[in-house]
Unconditional design. Structure first.
Length: 354
């Protein structure tokens, strides 16, 4: 009876149009704000008109000077698009991890995945591998290998001495894995001090870009991750009832779980490879959406993409404007927001069985 009830509830809990519209509006507002505001403020109406001019057949007088158009198209637009992609990936990965691990506290940062990806990218930087191989292949794949290593270690340590992986055990395992990988990263940096400034600048998180290169680097990984995770949204809903019940409904729980973990790690690795370590996005966004719209992954996953993109774009805007001409690392801003949010989730979340 419970299984039938859960299946009926999951079937009814689709993506409500009002939330979809809200997510799209959030992305549009965040994009316009990110493009218009900064060290050089541009008129929002002119920015909107210039964006509409990108549509074939549309020609509007934006009123922007050639200098302002150059700032908009060559500096602001690539950075905002990169922020949208990175935010969408981190939020989507967080939602996928939470469903795969059945743990509302699961997050690419907390599970050690970001640290693993960071170690891979740090190795590429300090060993000079990026000079020998094309960047689009080397950096994301090194980050992917590090992310999968972290997931595997967290998964194994979470069940050390027992076949059950409780939420608390997984979080503690993620902390331990992050500490270990951070130690390995520190060792590499100590042995290659000439790369210290470049690596630490990357570790603090940033979306600075000199053009469309970084966007093109992660775009294929973003597409693959999004397609795989969204096609698994039904499986994620079924996994919430437990592995035994999911198997009785015709699902292969472990196979679906591994596919989701690999896809989420790929998206996290791609995002980390171009933005550095930006924590808590995968915790704040999915959990907030879950509180507002319910637990169904049919709505949680697409809304995480939209609101994750908007969230990081606005966070980046804060990072580059709140201190005047000095830019704060975006990872610092998300940590200020994420740390108290994590405490709140810890206090309000109910224990979830393994």
């Amino acid at each position: 009876m419970t299984l039938v009830k859960n299946r009926n509830e999951a079937r009814r809990a689709g993506l409500r149009p009002v939330w979809l519209v809200a997510g799209v509006l959030a992305v549009l507002v965040a994009t316009l704000a990110g493009l218009a505001f900064g060290s050089a403020r541009l008129p929002p109406a002119g920015v909107a008109a210039e964006m509409l001019n990108l549509i074939p057949g549309v020609r509007l007088d934006s009123g922007l000077s050639e200098r302002e158009i150059a700032i908009l198209m060559q500096l602001r637009l690539p950075r905002v698009v990169l922020g949208l992609l990175v935010g969408a990936m981190l939020a989507l990965a967080g939602a996928a991890y939470q469903g795969a691990f059945r743990n509302p506290l699961a997050d690419p940062y907390l599970l050690g995945v970001a640290a693993g990806a960071g170690l891979g990218v740090t190795a590429v930087i300090v060993l000079g591998a990026s000079a020998a191989v094309e960047l689009p292949v080397t950096v994301p794949m090194a980050a992917f290998a590090g992310a999968l290593l972290a997931v595997a270690l967290t998964w194994m340590l979470g069940a050390a001495g027992s076949r059950n992986r409780t939420p608390a055990a997984l979080i503690l395992a993620g902390v331990a894995v992050s500490a270990f990988l951070s130690a390995a990263q520190t060792y590499l940096l100590q042995r290659n001090v000439e790369s210290l400034q470049e690596v630490y600048s990357w570790l603090l998180g940033r979306l600075a870009t000199a053009g469309w290169h970084d966007v093109l680097v992660i775009l294929p990984y973003v597409i693959v991750t999004t397609v795989i995770v969204l096609t698994q949204r039904r499986e994620l809903d079924v996994l919430t009832v437990g592995d035994a019940e999911a198997a009785s409904l015709g699902l292969h729980p472990q196979r679906s779980r591994y596919l989701l973990i690999v896809a989420a790690s790929l998206g996290t690795a791609a995002a980390v490879s171009v933005s550095g370590l930006i924590g808590f996005v995968g915790l704040i966004v999915p959990h907030t959406i879950r509180l507002l719209t319910g637990p169904s992954y049919r709505s949680l996953l697409p809304l995480s993409i939209l609101f994750g993109a908007a969230f990081l774009t606005l966070t980046d805007l804060v990072a580059r404007t709140v201190a005047g001409d000095a830019e704060i690392p975006i990872g610092v801003v998300t940590a200020f927001l994420g740390a108290p949010f994590f405490v709140l989730v810890m206090r309000t979340s109910k224990a979830i069985p393994a």
